[in-house]
Design a protein around this ligand. Structure first.
Ligand SMILES: Cc1cc2nc3c(=O)[nH]c(=O)nc-3n(C[C@H](O)[C@H](O)[C@H](O)COP(=O)(O)OP(=O)(O)OC[C@H]3O[C@@H](n4cnc5c(N)ncnc54)[C@H](O)[C@@H]3O)c2cc1C
Length: 585
């Protein structure tokens, strides 16, 4: 980011559009006006970013559109009058990790999530890479939190019974000379960023670690601390462990406003009543700037950056390391693309990292993501142009890749600020708020460390001591498909429901689904909630065979008609039944 003064910023923004007014207010660069083109509004925001000021507040409106927090379709009193010590807004990985960390102190904790489950925003829509941080720069909060977060992962995943693999990330080069040159530069960066073990490996050495290298690759930069995790399973585990330790988690609860007095939040309005917290942690992801605005503490703007990923059939591709990506400097005949890689973002203005080819913790292969600036904050649609773009780029790395290998796609939106950094800080104008905003990639990696600081600050504000009864250990639902015959046999003898296979593609049993429904944060009784926890419907047939069985198991367990079971919360009924039914949750 440049170090421009306000005069230069006014000139630069004016060049993007003369219809935008630019001014300096309370240490922030504020843009206002109205345009009919989102790309221009985005470019104006990017032109206004400067190290010199707190951040860009881009209030330029897109004609005829509103980008406020969606107002829910129901209101009740479930949260009315609650007085938690700390209110965490948002049930993504950051909010869930904050709730768990806060329970290490003697604090009464409430987490509100607007959706029907945790991990439905960016935390359920990403690659799950535990990043190395080779692309990050000195002075960025991202660098500090990525390094600390990566180092916390082994212990955290062990405590929470969440699978983690650290088998390294690779960047591929075509010629040895190119590989050695750029690897030398990257090794210097690794040293500055405190990343251990980074080395250049010629092809024959690299093949001992990863047999799936493309034919043109003559060497790789190998970064052994890179890993992979299921980001939504980890988010669920963090939330469950927070709940086990007494945190209250209210789903379907949207924060719609706040009342502040004398530089303090006094109350928070939701669709389920007014809450009176002593401290608020803003972990609202894509809406974090709206929450900061409610609290009179806004110094940044979130502009959504969409990324699409393709999921490949696990039978066709097999990788040992968890992320491989073609160096952007490697030019190949008929394919000048290549992943917008870790190295690309280390050396250019690319706004995506990792990706390329990613082997998930469950053995599927992800291809992508790309990066596109969009207006709608929760636009998760996938379109043909993105899919073609990704396949064309990634064929260089996965040489046998065809469209027929793709079993499904998904998109997520990154909560980027114009400064392209995290905003993790105590309130500037409001005393009792902690911002954890702008958490785009590497937010999965960084979340445990961000939460550690946020919880410590909240405890300091409230002078709270340590909670001696905090229990950080959580046991997940057993995963039959990963057990050997003896283990399966023992489990089925103990619980015969584990002998009834519901999802044949992923070998998921009825026992796993029932245990997910009975867990401390009970899957909200939805088909997608169950899928996020134990994976029925994640395989080749995408639920074609097992979904009716899953619906029946949920209905029987909750004691409701099958027609009331939803796919993903209110308004997403799967079966025709009572036309007035809205579905549970
Ligand atoms: C395509 C893609 C790939 C990525 N790959 C990686 C990767 O490989 N590794 C990595 O480290 N990072 C990756 N990231 C980044 C990572 O996903 C995010 O940084 C991380 O998930 C952010 O977590 P969060 O909790 O801040 O936000 P979210 O998960 O979005 O959670 C915020 C929550 O707040 C809720 N909320 C919002 N407004 C309100 C309100 N008013 N009231 C109540 N609740 C509200 C939302 O519903 C949401 O659930 C990727 C991101 C994308 C999009």
């Amino acid at each position: 980011m440049k170090n421009k003064d306000i005069k230069k910023i006014i000139k630069d923004v004016c060049q993007v559009s003369p219809d935008i007014k630019t001014e300096l207010k309370d240490g922030c660069v504020v843009l206002s006006g109205e345009l009919d083109d989102w790309q221009t509004i985005y470019e104006a925001g990017a032109a206004a970013a400067s190290k010199r000021y707190l951040g860009v507040i881009n209030n330029v409106r897109l004609k005829g559109k509103s980008d406020g927090i969606p107002v829910p379709d129901f209101f009740d009193e479930a949260a009315e009058g609650l007085k938690p010590d700390v209110l965490v807004i948002g049930g993504g990985i950051v909010g869930a990790a904050c709730a768990r960390e806060l329970k290490k102190y003697n604090l009464d904790v409430l987490l509100t999530e607007k959706s029907y489950d945790v991990a439905t925003g960016a935390s359920g829509r990403n690659d799950g890479c535990v990043h190395v941080g080779i692309d990050l720069h000195k002075g960025q909060q991202k660098l500090i939190y990525n390094g600390r977060g990566n180092a916390m992962y082994d212990g955290l995943c062990k405590d929470l019974d969440v699978a983690l693999e650290k088998k390294g990330h690779m960047i591929l080069f075509k010629s040895n000379a190119e590989g050695r040159f750029f690897s030398a530069l990257m090794k210097l960066r690794a040293k500055q960023n405190g990343i251990p073990g980074v080395k250049y490996l010629p092809r024959e050495e690299a093949l001992k670690i990863e047999t799936g290298l493309p034919s043109w690759c003559s060497g790789v930069l190998y970064m052994p601390i890179g890993g992979i995790v299921s980001p939504y399973k980890l988010t669920v585990a963090l939330a469950e462990n927070a709940a086990q330790n007494g945190a209250k988690i209210l789903l379907n609860t949207t924060v719609l406003g706040m009342k502040t007095e004398n530089g303090k939040i006094v109350s928070v309005k939701t669709n389920r009543g007014t809450i009176y917290p002593k401290v608020v942690i803003n972990a609202a992801g894509i809406y974090a700037d709206k929450i900061a605005e409610f609290a009179d503490d806004r110094t940044f703007t979130i502009h959504p950056r969409k990324g699409t990923n393709l999921i490949l059939d696990k039978k066709r591709f097999d990788y040992a390391v968890t992320s491989i990506t073609k160096s952007p400097f490697t030019k190949l005949k008929n394919n000048l693309g290549g992943a917008e890689s870790m190295l690309a973002s280390a050396t250019s203005k690319s706004h995506t990292k990792g990706g390329g080819i990613v082997r998930t913790i469950d053995g599927n292969v992800l291809v992508g993501p790309n990066a596109r600036e969009i207006f709608e904050r929760e636009d998760y649609a996938t379109d043909n142009a993105d899919i073609d773009e990704i396949i064309n780029k990634q064929k260089a790395t996965a040489e046998k890749l065809t469209r027929g290998d793709v079993i499904t796609y998904f998109s997520g939106t990154r909560a980027a600020t114009y400064e392209e950094d995290f905003v993790v800080r105590k309130g500037i104008r409001t005393k009792n708020i902690i911002e954890t905003a702008g958490i785009q990639s590497p937010g999965i990696t960084a979340a445990p460390a961000i939460a550690e600081d946020a919880a410590k600050w909240a405890a300091e504000m409230l002078k709270a001591g340590k909670n001696p009864s905090f229990d950080g250990i959580r046991r997940g639902v057993p995963h039959l498909a990963q057990m050997d015959a003896m283990e399966r046999d023992a489990l089925i003898k103990k619980n015969p429901d584990y002998g009834i296979i519901v999802c044949r593609c992923e070998e998921i049993s009825k026992g796993e689904i029932l245990d997910a429904l009975r867990s401390p944060l009970p899957a909200a009784g939805t088909v997608d909630g169950i899928k996020r926890r134990v994976r029925p419907g994640m395989g080749r047939c995408q639920g074609g065979f097992c979904m009716p069985l899953v619906v029946k198991i949920i209905a029987d367990e909750l004691g409701i008609p099958e027609a009331e079971v939803t796919k993903a919360g209110r308004g997403s009924l799967l079966l025709y039944g009572d036309k007035n039914a809205e579905g549970v949750n």
